[in-house]
Ligand binder design. Structure first.
Ligand SMILES: [Mg+2]
Ligand SMILES: [Zn+2]
Length: 194
């Protein structure tokens, strides 16, 4: 086991525009600043992973192969801007889906930590310094569950989720930021201060 700095980023609504249950690579459109934010993380020595709840599989909207094709497209578009994601992990499950094999209570649907555990196991590391950024409360809760610094972005569902947090429905992240680039900038500044 080696120690690395790791960033776990939500996909839909954080990296790419959330068009709702995206099953086709043609529907991938990066959010402005997302590639730049990921590149900043790369340059600061972070290994970047995606962690994405894809219950569209359990709900029968699309297949695992479609998720993989969409993930590849996201990674390709980012690479064109020199931003590197090591792997996008996804949870295809939902307790009340329609596809029986995926309609289970799993341990990987955020805010549970299964995708982070899978990344640690597959790449054999202990995260020394961990960041989680997303547009939903489940992303913030995932970060809290693994002891990460957390940021909630305004893109995707972020504005609606912030209203719930402000109303006391869920715990606040370390940082609220307009988008991924601003979130990364603020968190890196925070990490430098220790
Ligand atoms: Mg999201
Ligand atoms: Zn799962």
């Amino acid at each position: 086991m080696h120690t690395i700095k790791a960033a776990f980023l939500d996909r839909d609504g954080t990296i790419n525009v959330d068009k709702g249950y995206i099953g086709s690579p043609d529907d991938i459109e990066l959010i402005p600043g997302a590639a730049e934010g990921i590149k900043l993380l790369n340059d600061a020595g972070y290994t970047v992973f995606g962690v994405s709840n894809q219950s569209g599989v359990a709900r029968g909207f699309y297949r695992v192969e479609d998720v993989l094709a969409v993930n590849r497209r996201v990674e390709e578009l980012l690479l064109m801007e020199k931003a590197r994601i090591t792997e996008i992990f996804y949870c295809p499950h939902h307790p009340r889906g329609s596809a029986p094999e995926y309609s289970i209570m799993c341990n990987c649907r955020k805010p549970l930590t299964g995708m982070v555990d899978a990344a640690r196991h597959k790449y054999g590391f202990t995260p020394a310094d961990t960041i989680v950024i997303g547009d939903k409360i489940c992303d913030v809760e995932l970060g809290r569950n693994i002891g990460a610094r957390t940021a909630l972005v305004d893109t995707g569902f972020g504005v609606e989720e912030k209203v719930k947090i402000d109303g006391g429905e869920a715990a606040a992240p370390d940082i609220f930021a307009p988008n991924l680039l601003e979130a990364v900038t603020a968190i890196l500044r925070m990490q430098r201060r220790g």
